[in-house]
Design a protein around this ligand. Structure first.
Ligand code: NG1
Ligand code: ZN
Length: 534
């Protein structure tokens, strides 16, 4: 095997002097730099699968909301979760090994982790629509072939579809089976669950979906074959930005990141006042809702809003089902969640909120500590996870009234509708549509549940972002010494002031977030804190 790996590796030389790091979103950069990285990630996937006794590992080639010339690669663990933390370091080590040391590092990892090379290794993989994808797939294949790994190529998929299929593959034929192991199985599961969850309720008007000209476009078109029309207890969807043939339009002036950062609808959107709109990102694992309010202009309904909507709906259902006392329901956010959303969950919904560092893996992990854990990043990446106890309660509780039976059935449907492996724009969209239909809400009513505190997020270029060390879920700076005291002093001068600074995990910069009672005070606070860290 060693000589095969050596020969294959020589076809994928590492760019000299480039240092790679498996970050919160795997490896991500200009696609031209990625060939050796993908090859070596293939080697790590083989090791990880063997370490786990031949369970199937997922490999996704995507750069999400990044521009078309970028690409990236990340690994998915057997239950559809993000790669275990310690393995990020092994991936980084192998990605940075000199060409002549690849086999040595591969072997030493195998020895250190006590991996039996005779164990079978299995991988499934997919990619988004970027033109660099097929060539990178070839690098991955070379690694899988050199390590004698069995594989399935799912070609084009959204990132959450690959997470779903990874879990389905590993649970097939067991009582924990997550669904049929096929793309079609995914659509069927969602379509069936949506119909059950909707119970014939009607959505109001139509929903315009901006697919960021990414893989979400064709996949949504496919999903719609399994979704009834609005008049039939489903939803009427108008798809925009679904051009996957012109490479340069991916994420360009459209998509969740554009809408969230520019605070405006994509120019191609023709939606009228008060009409529901949503935007996916390039690999459809993020979703943001929005609408135009004739009185107040553009209104964003971001990840915080989706989390509060889901928590309130599921909380109500649990009460109606008579399960409120036995199930721990909670919401997980990051420090970027608007303070008003946190207050709404704690005070109005009466549910606990946990704050974790940035990065979905932290949120997901914290959410699994609840029986129903709702987690979302403000940027629209999130989902709901249910504990075994919750699933058991939903399926075994004897209803004492028709209302209880109905709540239980809706809860069961939600556990199938929600992609519990990772945030999923398609599944989250159907969840929001279901909830709005049940509540007979337009986006306006959803928007009125609480008022966001004015806030500002700024990106600060610094000489060395690594000197910024945080604690308290990234809300407190421990280094450089004294900086936090100065931040606290400034914040105390602002009504409803809150601010923190942390090094970005994905860009070479520090991010400063500030909230205050008014727009101008939030801007002022953010710029003062930015001045402090510069
Ligand atoms: P960084 O660059 O570490 O702030 C950004 C987003 C995260 C998350 C990751 C991964 C903000 C403020 N940060 O992280 O929420 O999505 O990228 O893609 O939006
Ligand atoms: Zn994404």
């Amino acid at each position: 095997m060693d000589s095969k790996i050596l020969a294959a590796s020589s076809k994928h030389p590492k760019p000299v002097d480039h240092v790679f790091q498996y970050g919160t979103a795997g490896f991500r950069m200009k696609a031209t730099l990625l060939d050796s990285v993908v090859f070596r990630v293939g080697l790590v996937a083989a090791l990880r699968s063997r370490k786990l006794g031949g369970q199937t590992i997922g490999v996704m080639i995507t750069a999400s909301h990044n521009p078309p010339e970028d690409n990236g690669v990340k690994l998915v663990d057997p239950m559809g979760e993000m790669l275990e933390n310690s393995w990020e370091a092994y991936s980084t080590e192998l990605a940075n090994a000199k060409d002549e040391d690849v086999v040595k590092v591969y072997r030493s990892l195998g020895e250190k982790l006590k991996i039996n090379p005779d164990t079978a290794s299995r991988v499934i993989y997919a990619r988004d629509t970027r033109p660099s994808g097929p060539k990178l797939v070839q690098a991955l294949l070379d690694a899988l072939n050199a390590t004698g790994t069995e594989y399935t190529d799912y070609k084009l998929l959204t990132t959450p579809q690959l997470h779903y299929l990874t879990r389905c593959t590993n649970t097939e034929g067991t009582p924990q089976s997550y669904g049929e192991v096929s793309e079609k199985g995914y659509y069927e599961k969602l379509g069936k669950a949506f119909k059950r969850a909707m119970k014939g309720k009607k959505t109001v008007g139509s929903l315009t979906v901006d697919c960021a000209n990414g893989v979400g476009g064709p996949k949504l078109a496919e999903l719609l074959k399994y979704i009834p029309a609005g008049s039939d207890g489903g939803v009427d969807i108008k798809i925009i930005n679904d051009d996957v043939l012109k490479a340069e339009v991916l994420n360009h002036e459209c998509g969740a990141d554009y809408v969230k950062t520019k605070q405006r609808a994509p120019p191609t959107s023709k939606a009228g006042n008060n009409e529901r709109c949503c935007s996916y990102d390039g690999d459809a694992d993020r979703i943001i809702y929005y609408f135009n309010d004739p009185e107040h202009g553009f209104r964003l309904l971001d990840g915080d809003r989706i989390a509060t909507l889901a928590a309130s709906f599921i909380g109500d259902l649990a009460r109606e089902a008579g399960l409120a006392s036995e199930l721990k329901i909670g919401v997980v956010q990051t420090a970027y969640a608007n303070g008003a959303s946190t207050k709404y969950v704690e005070k109005t919904l009466g549910l606990p909120v946990v704050c974790t560092p940035t990065g979905v893996k932290w949120l997901h992990h914290a959410a699994t500590k609840f029986d129903v854990g709702v987690y979302f990043e403000a940027n629209g990446h999130g989902t709901v996870v249910f504990s075994q106890q919750a699933l058991k309660a939903f399926s075994t509780k004897e209803p004492e009234s028709p209302a209880q039976a109905s709540a239980l059935e809706t809860l069961r449907a939600l556990t199938d509708l929600i992609n519990q492996t990772v945030g999923d724009a398609l599944s989250d969209m159907l969840l929001v549509e279901t909830i709005l239909a049940h509540k007979s809400w337009t986006p306006k009513e959803w928007d009125l549940t609480y008022t966001d505190l004015p806030n500002r997020l700024v990106r600060v270029e610094v000489a060395d972002r690594n000197i910024f060390k945080t604690t308290n879920a990234e809300r407190t700076l421990v280094e450089p010494q004294g900086t936090q005291d100065r931040i606290d002093q400034l914040v105390s001068k602002f009504k409803d002031g809150r601010s923190f600074a942390r090094a970005s995990g994905t860009e070479d910069a520090v991010r400063v977030y500030a909230e205050a009672a008014t727009r101008s005070e939030a801007d002022d606070l953010a710029s003062k804190i930015a001045g402090l860290v510069k």
